[in-house]
Structure formats: structure tokens, C-alpha cells
Design a protein around this ligand. Structure first.
Ligand code: ATP
Length: 510
């Protein structure tokens, strides 16, 4: 499928099969806010669990936390969000459309990247087995030209944003002759800053109400609880605190479905370390997180690191793990070396010491922090869009299959009686009742069995167990595999143990 067609298909499939609905759809929806349906909620929960188990259950020195969404307003002064959580925005005077200025420039560079990809594909075809991609990338004059141009643009953008030189961001947009994707015009306003936090009020009367913000990230709930957890858990550095939960951002350009939402869920882990060790831990967490992504089996080629040119006010090193979404490589997870900025700043604003006594160094200090931060909804989109495939089968027919990793699939197995009589439904229901204690299982007796298989394929169910007349005689069933469509004849007990192994967290992550 072409990328654009795939993306359209992702949206319609997500809705048609109960994964994602527009929020409050009967009122025509709310821009960039989405609800997860009966299938989506299960996939999302399984992805969250896959992260949580890898982070918390498998690491002795990482513990969990569930902090409130509402926090004392000074938190956001200390974190820098009140003053610096801005996006540079620009309006097109003809279409009246608002854009993120940095995204316009990044999209321009994305087009250069796409040109490089095309050249690589062409050359790979031409040279066949003899093709050396690395060599081609570093020597082909056209490709090198695109790369140098893209790098220079991003460098200049990074510098201008860092220096708050918004006039130069506008100049860059003009020099690159970037047009409004809607009107095609170059009639731009100046670039302005726009704060992304949602405000709200706490308290009954207008006079006494306190201005609050909905948290724009989950990280600050971890920082303000650093001492609570460290003391009560008797934690020794290095240790981490992990948290999943909702975050809110009034995104200027909210598009691309659940890639950029105004209400979304983050899964963050803050790892507290002694000052001076941040370089090693940064390397460690980059590697660990990439491995975790690879374990889901979406293909190593679909991930890459992107180092930040412009570092946030708190960071001394930062990169993204990018994924090849249907609309190109985009950020999926951020890994940030946050220094002692956060704890140091909360110390200053709260007047409370947020320090650790290091028994080895025999001194008190404010720990440094390494952060891994991933959007659950973006992870959902990565897994879902990669899994969705249209296939032409040997007999010329087609099927839509959602090749979700079995470990996160909403339903692990569908149990189907071949026909609705002869005692087959009763046996199938017994199997369901037996399996449901260990895994998500569903029962279906409607329509011909072939159609039922197709429906489970489209829902991403990795296995089907079919009960037929032979089952009555010898207690065997067929186990059908979603991806290969192969069927094998097994005893019920054998089928159970095969299933358990195929969906076990351990089989995937180890
Ligand atoms: P972007 O550059 O795409 O706006 P960011 O750099 O602001 O993202 P972070 O603040 O590092 O993102 O947040 C960590 C993670 O949270 C991101 O990698 C992403 O997966 C997720 N995330 C951030 N903003 C959104 C959003 N509006 N909708 C969905 N997920 C988001």
C-alpha cells in the first residue's frame, strides 16, 4: 500500500473494528482528542503492561508511582514550563491556517530525506547484490548534497530557536520558499511563541480560585516525590521511578490522528544517578530502550536515533528514537540527560532540600537524572499501522490482516465451533471457560468458519481454535495461525500450552 493510502486505511480500520473513535463523535468530535474502543483499550493496556513489566518488574532498582494530574502551580514555574513550554507558531494570511514554524521547516527537510530514500532504492535496484548502502550514502554527490543541505537547515533552525531568534525562523521559511500546504501561498505572519499548557481553576468562588495547569508531562510528579520514594523505599542511587499517565498539551497543529493529541498518555522513567555518570547512563538507556522496541518484532530497519540539535533548557544530551510511521520517520520516544536541573530547581522554589547522601562518596548532592519518555498513543499507532496489511492469497483472494505482536494483541485466541449443532458449541464454550483465566479469549459461532477467520485476522487475534466433529471422537482441535494461516491438529492440552508460550511476556522480551 502507498503510505498515504495506508494511513487512510489505518484511520478507517481503527474505527471500523472498535480500536479508536473520535472523541464525542455525536457532537462532531473534538479536534485531536480520541477515545479508545473495546479493542483499542485492550491493545493499549497490553502495551502499557509490556512497558511496565520491562521497566519495573524486571529491574530491581526501578519502582512505580502514580502521581496526580493536578499539581501545585509552582511546580510549573520551577520546571520551566510557565516560561519556556512554547511552540513557535506562524499563520498563513491567505488560508488563515496556523502552523508550527519548526514543523514546517522539519517537513521541508523530511522531503529531502525522502529524496535520499528514493535515490537509495533506485541504486539498490541498479546494483543488485553488489549494492553497498553505506558507501552510496557517503559518496553519491546528489545524496551527499541533500544530506548537507538538510543538516545545515536543521542546524540553523536549532540555533535560532535556542537564541529565541524568531525573526530568523521566519527568514528561513522565506528563504526555503515554503508554501502553505493548504493555500499554496507564501504570505506568512511573523513567528510568535505560544504556551502549550491547559489552564484550569481549583476552588468554588471566582475570587478564591487558584489557577492550575493540567500537567503537560508526567515527569514532574516523579521529581516532587523523589525524596518520598527514596526515603520510604530506602532506595540507593542509581535507581529509577516509573510512571504512566495522562498528559495534556494545547498543541497548535494537532493532526496525524493519535500521533499528536491534546490529551495523551505518557510512560516515563526518571533514573537518578550520581553527577558525572550521566554519559554512561545515557548510552545505557539508549541501548536498552532500542532493544525493547526491537523486541516487539516490527523490524529494526523501522527505528533510528535522532540526536537533538536544540537542547531543552534542562538537558546536556538528548535524542529521540524515531519510528517509520506511514507519514515518515517521526519521534516515538525521547531519551534525555536532564542533569540536576529539575531537582535543583524544585529545591530552589520549594525551599526544601532534595538531596541524597552518597555513602560511598561520603557527601550530599542533588542527583542527576536520565529520562526515558514515550507516548503510549504513539506506540499504539506505530504497532497498529505497521501491523495492518492487505494481502493477496495464493487463490487470488485478498484478506486484511492485523499482524499485532501476540504478546500485546487484544484477544489471544478465538474459539470457534465448526457448526452451531451436534454438541460442538458446548465443547467450544468449555474451552473458553478453561482458557479465560489465563488469557483474553473470545467465542464466535456466527457465519461460515472462513468468514470468522477473516474477522479475527482483521482484529489481530493471533490464533483460532476450531472444534469440529473429530473433536467429539478424539478431543483434538485445529489451531490456526493468523500470520501463516497454517492449521495444525492438536490435543486441547497441547493447543493450550502452545498458546501460553506464544503469548508469554518472557518469550518476547528475553
Ligand atoms: P514533539 O516534538 O513530537 O512535539 P516532544 O519532543 O514535545 O514531541 P516530549 O516532550 O519529549 O515530546 O514527550 C515525550 C513523548 O511523549 C514523545 O516522544 C511522544 O511519544 C509523546 N508525546 C508528546 N506530545 C504528544 C502529543 N501531543 N500526542 C501524543 N504523544 C505525544
Amino acid at each position: 500500500m502507498a503510505d498515504q493510502d495506508l494511513f487512510k486505511k489505518v484511520l478507517s480500520h481503527a474505527k471500523e473494528y472498535g480500536f479508536v473513535f473520535p472523541s464525542s463523535e455525536i457532537y462532531d468530535g473534538l479536534s485531536a482528542v480520541y477515545d479508545y474502543g473495546q479493542q483499542g483499550v485492550a491493545l493499549k493496556k497490553n502495551l502499557r503492561e509490556y512497558w511496565w513489566k520491562a521497566m519495573v518488574q524486571l529491574n530491581e532498582n526501578i519502582v512505580g508511582l502514580d502521581a496526580a494530574i493536578l499539581m501545585h502551580p509552582t511546580t510549573w514555574k520551577a520546571s520551566g514550563h510557565v516560561d519556556a513550554f512554547n511552540d513557535p507558531l506562524i499563520d498563513n494570511k491567505d488560508s488563515k491556517k496556523r502552523y508550527r514554524a519548526d514543523v514546517l521547516v522539519e517537513d521541508y527537510v523530511g522531503k529531502l530525506d525522502a529524496k535520499i530514500d528514493k535515490e537509495v532504492q533506485k541504486a539498490a535496484k541498479r546494483f543488485g547484490d553488489a549494492f553497498d548502502k553505506e558507501q552510496f550514502l557517503s559518496t553519491n554527490p546528489r545524496v551527499v548534497g541533500y544530506k548537507e543541505k538538510g543538516d545545515a537547515i536543521l542546524k540553523r533552525l536549532g540555533k535560532s530557536l535556542e537564541n529565541e531568534d524568531l525573526a530568523d525562523v521566519k527568514a528561513l521559511i522565506e528563504e526555503l520558499e515554503i508554501v502553505c500546504p493548504l493555500s499554496g501561498s507564501k504570505n506568512w505572519t511573523e513567528v510568535k511563541q505560544f504556551n502549550l499548557m491547559f489552564g484550569t481553576k481549583l476552588g468554588a468562588s471566582a475570587e478564591s480560585a487558584t489557577e492550575l495547569y493540567l500537567r503537560p508531562e508526567t515527569a514532574q510528579g516523579i521529581f516532587v516525590n523523589f525524596l518520598n520514594v527514596q526515603k520510604t523505599g530506602r532506595m540507593k542511587l542509581p535507581f529509577g521511578i516509573a510512571q504512566t499517565g495522562k498528559a495534556f498539551r494545547n498543541e497548535i497543529v494537532a493532526r496525524q490522528f493519535i500521533f499528536r493529541m491534546r490529551e495523551f498518555e505518557q510512560m516515563e522513567m526518571q533514573f537518578f544517578i550520581p553527577p558525572g555518570t550521566q554519559k554512561e547512563w545515557y548510552a545505557h538507556w539508549k541501548e536498552t530502550r532500542l532493544k525493547w522496541h526491537h523486541s516487539l518484532g516490527l523490524g529494526a530497519d523501522n527505528y533510528r536515533f535522532h540526536d537533538h540539535e536544540k537542547l531543552a533548557h534542562y538537558a546536556d544530551a538528548a535524542c529521540d528514537i524515531e519510528f517509520r510511521f506511514p507519514f515518515g520517520f517521526k519521534e516515538l520516544e525521547g531519551i534525555h540527560s536532564r542533569t540536576d536541573f529539575d531537582l535543583g530547581s524544585h529545591e530552589k522554589y520549594s525551599g526544601k532540600k532534595l538531596q541524597y547522601f552518597d555513602p560511598e562518596r561520603q557527601e550530599n548532592y542533588v542527583p542527576y537524572v536520565l529520562e526515558t519518555s514515550i507516548g503510549l498513543d504513539r506506540l499504539f499507532l506505530a504497532v497498529f499501522s505497521h501491523a495492518l496489511q492487505d494481502e493477496t492469497l495464493e487463490d487470488g483472494s485478498t484478506r486484511t490482516v492485523l499482524r499485532l505482536p501476540a504478546v500485546v494483541a487484544p484477544t489471544k485466541v478465538a474459539v470457534l465451533p465448526l457448526v452451531k449443532k451436534d454438541g460442538l458449541p458446548a465443547i467450544a464454550k468449555d474451552i473458553v471457560n478453561d482458557l479465560k483465566w489465563d488469557m483474553a479469549v473470545t467465542y464466535d459461532e456466527k457465519d461460515a468458519v472462513g468468514r470468522r477467520y477473516r474477522r479475527q485476522d482483521a482484529l489481530g487475534t493471533p490464533f483460532c481454535i476450531t472444534v469440529d466433529h473429530q473433536t467429539l471422537e478424539d478431543q483434538t482441535v485445529t489451531l490456526r495461525h493468523r500470520d501463516s494461516m497454517e492449521q495444525e491438529r492438536l490435543s486441547i492440552a497441547e493447543a493450550n500450552s502452545k498458546l501460553s508460550k506464544a503469548i508469554a511476556f518472557e518469550s518476547w522480551l528475553k
